[in-house]
Design a protein around this ligand. Structure first.
Ligand SMILES: [Zn+2]
Length: 88
């Protein structure tokens, strides 16, 4: 469940765990004044944790692929020696 951070008109700050379908808090539990939502890093961590997991899983496979082009560079030096001798 995501945690939302609120701040009321009297600068009371508090966090409330709510589901997405829950209605946003409207009054401060301490003083009863109007509150507004603060988008702090609490919400970002909840959203990012899911995406980062799938992203890091793709990394290991691409590392093994970079080893293939190494053999291609070797053949390039071999063809450079051939034309020199045909002149004679
Ligand atoms: Zn308050």
């Amino acid at each position: 469940m995501p945690t939302y951070e609120y701040q009321c008109e009297s600068d009371h700050q508090f966090e409330v765990a709510q589901s997405f379908s829950d209605k946003a808090l409207e009054s401060c539990p301490q003083c009863g004044k109007k509150v507004r939502k603060i988008y702090s890093n609490v919400g970002v961590v909840f959203k990012g944790s899911g995406f980062y997991k799938t992203d890091s899983q793709k990394k290991p496979s691409s590392t093994t692929k970079t080893e293939a082009p190494k053999t291609e560079t070797k053949t390039e030096t071999k063809t450079d020696v051939k034309p020199a001798k045909t002149t004679d």
